[in-house]
Write a new protein. Structure first.
Length: 331
């Protein structure tokens, strides 16, 4: 019996309320008390228990990597099996590699995500890695537009679920910098926002005191940053593996009009947690990418087939994760 089998239905409802509807409020748990009819102290104790059990990774938000002056690329690597463990050890020490999976592609067996100040820096990182571990081949799939990043799990039905709430055009690093200047936002403050919020009745109190702001100022700032897509995934980040959502697939789409097809995914595949339009350093027909998570592969394969059969695309491939070589980190 897995840990997820012991979680009550009421606990699952609370977990989903924390991830989907965490209030923008100086006293968010007081609002949840009124909404759920659960005493605030019980909610706080439950959250601490969930964190101890690793059901919740954190409560807080992620700062858009471009707002931090970074570019991103998904990189497919062909590495001989005898070198995979060595590559894993090296990648664990490289902060710029935020994800590292073995996937079931017939050629590129390792798939990583790298964030660096420029695309040139990303390719240099791959060339530097090649000096330590033989990389037989690689493909760089640069992030052109991030249409969606919203990692939410329907833990009752056992599948990722993040319906589109709002969508604004993805900004460039320069446009993010301009927006941050207008808001008089420092990089130090953005870094502080990347940290988990304390599990207390007033989680923004310490942040307000540190930056000589009121708690209302903090909350209003967060609302504005969310509208600009500078902060994402506000609320609880759940640990899918611990909750029985143990399978994930990277879905790559081929289309004659790849950008429109990527937007079709945005509007028609609510199970997609990441949707990214990409460009490549070499000939590659699959330039729209999304992630989907679930409790078993059959469910994911059926759901993807059902959704994509309704779209005007040429084809797609699903690359399942067979091993996670590095827990996702925040940059």
């Amino acid at each position: 019996m897995s840990l997820s089998d012991n979680i009550t239905y009421e606990d699952k409802k609370l977990l989903m309320e924390l991830e989907y509807n965490f209030p923008f409020s100086i006293e968010p748990y007081k609002e949840l008390e009124e909404r759920l009819n659960i005493p605030e102290d019980v909610i706080l104790d439950k959250i601490k228990e969930f964190i101890h059990l690793q059901l919740i990774k954190r409560i807080g938000m992620y700062v858009n990597f471009r707002a931090k002056g970074l570019e991103s690329a998904l990189v497919g690597l062909k590495i001989n099996e005898q070198y995979i463990q060595k590559f894993k050890r090296i990648a664990l020490g490289i902060r710029e590699i935020t994800h590292n999976y073995v996937r079931d592609h017939p050629y590129y067996n390792i798939w990583i995500v790298i964030k660096e100040p420029s695309f040139e820096d990303i390719e240099k990182k791959i060339l530097d890695l090649n000096k330590e571990v033989p990389i037989e081949d690689y493909i760089l799939l640069y992030s052109k537009k991030t249409l969606k990043l919203n990692v939410k799990f329907d833990v009752i039905n056992g599948i990722s679920w993040s319906p589109l709430v709002h969508k604004r055009e993805d900004l460039s690093i320069e446009e993010f910098n301009e927006a941050l200047r207008e808001l008089r936002m420092s990089s130090e403050f953005l870094k502080a926002l990347s940290m988990p919020l304390p599990v207390t009745s007033r989680p923004f109190k310490q942040l307000a005191e540190k930056y000589n702001m009121t708690e209302n100022d903090i909350v209003n700032t967060l609302k504005e940053l969310a509208k600009l897509d500078i902060i994402r995934d506000y609320g609880a980040t759940l640990n899918g593996d611990k909750l029985g959502i143990t399978e994930n697939s990277m879905v790559l789409i081929s289309s004659d009009d790849i950008e429109n097809s990527c937007y079709d995914v945005l509007y028609n595949v609510p199970e997609a947690t990441h949707i990214v339009l990409r460009e490549s350093n070499k000939d590659w027909n699959y330039l729209c990418y999304f992630m989907i998570h679930g409790k078993d592969r059959r469910i994911l394969m059926n759901r993807v087939k059902e959704r994509l059969n309704q779209l005007n695309i040429k084809g797609y491939m699903m690359l399942f994760s067979t091993s996670n070589l590095k827990p996702g980190i925040v940059m």
